[in-house]
Structure formats: structure tokens, C-alpha cells
Design a binder for this molecule. Structure first.
Ligand SMILES: Cc1cc2nc3c(=O)[nH]c(=O)nc-3n(C[C@H](O)[C@H](O)[C@H](O)COP(=O)(O)OP(=O)(O)OC[C@H]3O[C@@H](n4cnc5c(N)ncnc54)[C@H](O)[C@@H]3O)c2cc1C
Length: 526
């Protein structure tokens, strides 16, 4: 807290800052050419060598890395993982800007519950959980330090993200009503993470049939502050707002975790969340390091073709460094690729893969890592937090940001200095969002970011030195109406020698789901 007070006290007049200085920046982090390579493979050379392994894992995101871990735990070491990018981790990779570690995508992991035993076990393996006097204790240094989150609302910062300052009694009544609805539904069904560990129940399938906004209006929930908050939660977890995600997804967000409580109404303590300067890359880098040490990790490899043959699986992969094609033969293949990629590279994708690929709508995302030379001037109210969200006053909903997290929040350094603020924008609501993401120059996003963040931080421009922007065209599957029904019916479409793993098979994308699916596929492959 002491450090926070120093940060808050740094609201000093600007001395020696040049608001007109050049801001360096550009796109980085994802190799779009490699991703688009699969669109036309006709000009590729013929395979120049054949390689053999018992299990081949295609895709090195959280799901692929979890599958590799499951194989290792079962004593299987004869496997290879092929990843398109130059490092594994997928949407949960990290980077450095101005020498400061920061996330390139996923940035936090809630403390997992007992429905995610393999994940609990992983955290234990990494020293984040240990038994003390018969009780499980989570490693405090890696749990998000206080203060965790704040909202810039009506000209000042308030603690927490639910709009509270100056709201009227009708808004508080709407909060209580929604809290009661969540509580009732929490009791009517089992809401768990990972979602694929239980079969969906009738009330959940009913909620899956309509959008969250339609359901809320049926329940008579229309308070603008509450609707903004629920929309924010959906965009934050699912990449699109409440007009697009299903009521099942909207309720699952609360019922599977901490419920919905009005501050001051005796809410139970919320479980903590783990976070690191580099975000969830702290986890994926550790998972990948082990594979790299044992020669099982092959990066810069674009999987082009997977055929499930009579005697084994045949896989062609383009090596982006040597510009040659390798032909792999394996007994089994774990397809840890996004479903739309799987549908393209599988020789016979099968009905369930094609059905899911046809249904999925992907949310594009943009992540901007903003390097600041010195701490920002701050507005009155709650102290600088890890997660800082700006309530939009009269902005077009599709361009609302999700705010920013501070990469140096976990640092114990007492005098604040340079930092990286990671700003998130989910574009799932924006018609033509993907086209915009790829057609607009980086300066377009720089200006959108400055317009947003400068509201609480007018001195941002003068302290900003560099912006590194990562674009995800197909970042995550949006859990639109019908998703739960499809997931429930399809399960993983394992067939022949192929096992499937990717968060797309859970219907929505979080670390816990990808990890559970990867582990299950690894076990199924044996
Ligand atoms: C901006 C952003 C923020 C997020 N924040 C969080 C968060 O804070 N917490 C959280 O829990 N979740 C978050 N998520 C969700 C995140 O997607 C999941 O947590 C998880 O990382 C998904 O893992 P996955 O393995 O299912 O998929 P992916 O990450 O999509 O992994 C698929 C992998 O396959 C590779 N690949 C694709 N095509 C090929 C090919 N042809 N050949 C070889 N390899 C290929 C890709 O490069 C990638 O590495 C966030 C997502 C995004 C985009």
C-alpha cells in the first residue's frame, strides 16, 4: 500500500515533458504471413525429409502445452510439438517493451477450484501452492497485490469495477435484483470450470438459447450502469458484449466463480487471481522450457496437412526458417489448433469439426503495450491499481476499451518509475472489426488509445515513449447462443488416431478450459 500512496502522490505538475515528441510504435508479436500461409499451399516444395515420433502435437498454445505435460506425466517422452510462431504459448505469450516484461495476451489466472485438479497440480509443480499444516496455501507473491481494480467514473477513480459513486437507489436495487437472479440460477444447476467436465442441464441449455441482453430484458433488468458493467464483463472474458453472447455465458461468468454481490451487502471474500508482469506467459514459458530442454518443441513450424491413415498419422509441416517441408509420421496426433485451422489442414475433418467450424464466430482483439518513462499524473479517488478501467461517457459501444493493466504492479520497488501499461480492446461487437484491425495503420490504434487513456491521464502523451501493438484476427470463440448445446453434443470429436484439444471445444476461451482439454487429449492419446 505504501508504494500505492507514493504513486498517487506523484500527481505533480509536468516538468520538462514534451507533449509533441515522436512516439515510436508499430505492430509486433504475431506473424500474420505465417497464419495466412495456409490459404495457398500450392507453390510449396515437396517434403525434403521424413521424421518419426509416437505422438505429434499440432499447436503450442495452452492446450498443446497441457497435452505435452499429460504425456510426460504418463512417462511418454517420444513426442514432438509443432508450433507456428517462434515461441510457444499462443494467446498466452509475453514480450518486453523498453526492457520491461509485459503480457502480449492473457494476463491472469483465477485461483482454480477443485473441479480443475490438473491445474491445481500444475500450480503446485510451479511452487504456487503448498500444504501448510494440512491446508492448501497459495503463494502470496504471485497473487495480485492490492489494490486490484478501479473504475474511472464521473470524473474520479473508485475502487472496484461496478459503478457506485453517486448512483441512485434504483441502480442499487437493480444490482440487488441481478444478484438474486444469479443466486437462484447458481442453485438451479452446476456451474463449473472447466465447463466440459459436466453435462449441461436443462436450465443452462435454456439460457444458451437466447442472447444475454434479451434474457436481461425479459427479467426487467434495464439499469444503464448495470448493463454497462455486464457488457464490460462479457467483452473482457468472451471478446463480445451482451448483445452477442448467450445468457448462459453471461450467467456462467458469475455463477462459476464468485457470484455477483453488491459491495457493502456482506459479499464473501473473492478468491484471488494470479498475475505476473509478463501475464500468463509466466506459466506457458515454464511449460515450454521443459519441452525445449528435451528437444520436443519445434517452433516456426506451420502444420499444413494432417491425414489419419491406416498405419499412422501423416503430417506435413513447413519450416519457416529453412523454408523446407518436413513429413512427419506418428502413431497419434493431438490437434491443438483453433477449429478453423483444424478444419482446413485435416484431410478428412469429419462432421463434428466442420459443424463447429461453421458455428464459431471469432472475436478479433488488439493488445497495446504502452511504455511510459515516468508515472502518470492521476485524478482523485482510488489509488493506481493492477486493473484500471475507464467508464465511457458517451462513446460508441463497439470501441469501448477494457482499460489497462500495469505490468509493474507486482513489483516491490518502492519508488515508481518507468512502466508498461497493457491496454486491451475486444472487437467482437464491431461490424468489420477484423477488416479494420488489419487495414488500419498502427497510428489509428495509437490515437484511439490516447483518446481513451488521456481522459484520466492527460499527461500520458508526454510520458509515452513506445507502443507495441499485437493484433489477433481470430483471438477467441465467442459463446453466442447455441454454443453450449453444440459443445454438449459434440464433446471432443476424437476419431481414429486423432485427439482434439483447444479452447474452441469449450465454447469460450480461458486458461483453465484450454488446459483441461489439453490434459484430457494427452491422456486419451495414450
Ligand atoms: C488478448 C487476449 C487476452 C486474454 N486474456 C486472458 C486472461 O487474462 N486469462 C485467461 O485465462 N485467458 C485469457 N485469454 C484467453 C486465452 O486465449 C486462453 O487462456 C488460452 O491461452 C487459449 O489457449 P489455446 O491453446 O486453446 O489456444 P491458442 O492460444 O489459440 O493456441 C493455438 C496455437 O496453435 C498455433 N497454430 C495455429 N495454426 C497453426 C498451424 N497451422 N501450425 C502450427 N501451429 C499453429 C498458434 O500459433 C497457437 O500457438 C485471452 C485471449 C486473448 C486473445
Amino acid at each position: 500500500m505504501q508504494r500505492r500512496h507514493i504513486l498517487a502522490a506523484s500527481a505533480l505538475p509536468l516538468i520538462g515533458c514534451d507533449p509533441g515528441h515522436e512516439i515510436e510504435g508499430g505492430f509486433h508479436g504475431i506473424n500474420l504471413e505465417r497464419g495466412h500461409f495456409l490459404r495457398d499451399t500450392r507453390t510449396l516444395p515437396a517434403p525434403s525429409r521424413t521424421r518419426r515420433t509416437r505422438v505429434l502435437i499440432a499447436g503450442g498454445g495452452v492446450a498443446g502445452l497441457a497435452a505435452a505435460r499429460a504425456l510426460r506425466l504418463r512417462g511418454m517422452h517420444d513426442f514432438a510439438l509443432l508450433e507456428l510462431e517462434d515461441s510457444a504459448g499462443g494467446n498466452a505469450r509475453g514480450t518486453q517493451v523498453g526492457g520491461i516484461a509485459c503480457p502480449m495476451g492473457a494476463h491472469y489466472l483465477p485461483v482454480p477450484g477443485d473441479d480443475a485438479p490438473q491445474l491445481q497440480d500444475l500450480l503446485e509443480e510451479f511452487g504456487l501452492r503448498q500444504r501448510v499444516s494440512g491446508r492448501w496455501v497459495w503463494e502470496e507473491r504471485h497473487l495480485c497485490h492490492s489494490p486490484q481494480e478501479r473504475l474511472f467514473f464521473r470524473g474520479e477513480w473508485q475502487e472496484g469495477l461496478l459503478p457506485l459513486h453517486g448512483v441512485g437507489p434504483q441502480t442499487l436495487a437493480a444490482y440487488r435484483k441481478f444478484s438474486a437472479l444469479v443466486e437462484r440460477l447458481s442453485k438451479a444447476a452446476r456451474w463449473v470450470i472447466p465447463v466440459t467436465s459436466v453435462r449441461a442441464s436443462a436450465p443452462q441449455l435454456e439460457l444458451d438459447g437466447i442472447t444475454f441482453s434479451s434474457w436481461l430484458s425479459q427479467q426487467g433488468v434495464s439499469d444503464p450502469q448495470l448493463l454497462w458493467y455486464l457488457d464490460y464483463c462479457c467483452r473482457d472474458d468472451f471478446g463480445a458484449g451482451l448483445n452477442i453472447v448467450s445468457a448462459w455465458a453471461g450467467i456462467h461468468y458469475f455463477a462459476s466463480r464468485h457470484g455477483f454481490h453488491v459491495p457493502g451487502d456482506g459479499a464473501p471474500d473473492r478468491d484471488g487471481v494470479f498475475t505476473w508482469p509478463e501475464g500468463n506467459a509466466w506459466l506457458t514459458q515454464r511449460l515450454a522450457a521443459r519441452l525445449a530442454a528435451e528437444g520436443q518443441l519445434h517452433t516456426g513450424q506451420i502444420v499444413l496437412h494432417i491425414a489419419d491413415g491406416k498405419h499412422g498419422v501423416e503430417v506435413d509441416a513447413f519450416n519457416a526458417v529453412s523454408q523446407t517441408v518436413d513429413h512427419w509420421q506418428a502413431e497419434r496426433c493431438i490437434v491443438a489448433l483453433p477449429v478453423m485451422v483444424a478444419a482446413r489442414v485435416l484431410q478428412n475433418p469429419g462432421e463434428r469439426v466442420l459443424e463447429r467450424a461453421a458455428q464459431i464466430r471469432y472475436a478479433p482483439w488488439l493488445v497495446a503495450n504502452v511504455h511510459i518513462a515516468r508515472p502518470l499524473h492521476d485524478r482523485p479517488g482510488a489509488a493506481p491499481s493492477w486493473d484500471n478501467v475507464i467508464y465511457p461517457e458517451g462513446k460508441a459501444p463497439a470501441m469501448q476499451s477494457l482499460g489497462y493493466v500495469d505490468a509493474t504492479h507486482q513489483s516491490l520497488q518502492r519508488v515508481p518509475g518507468a512502466s508498461v501499461l497493457t491496454w486491451y480492446l475486444a472487437l467482437g461487437d464491431l461490424p468489420e472489426g477484423r477488416r479494420q484491425l488489419f487495414e488500419q495503420p498502427w497510428t489509428h490504434w495509437r490515437d484511439a488509445l490516447l483518446a481513451d487513456m488521456a481522459v484520466p491521464h492527460p499527461d500520458l502523451r508526454s510520458k509515452l515513449t513506445r507502443i507495441a501493438i499485437t493484433r489477433y484476427g481470430h483471438a477467441m470463440a465467442i459463446p453466442a447462443p447455441g454454443t453450449l448445446r453444440q459443445i454438449n453434443r459434440a464433446g471432443r470429436p476424437d476419431e481414429g488416431r486423432l485427439r482434439f484439444a483447444h479452447s474452441d471445444w469449450a465454447g469460450y476461451s480461458v486458461f483453465e478450459e484450454a488446459f483441461a482439454l489439453g490434459h484430457a487429449a494427452g491422456n486419451a492419446a495414450l
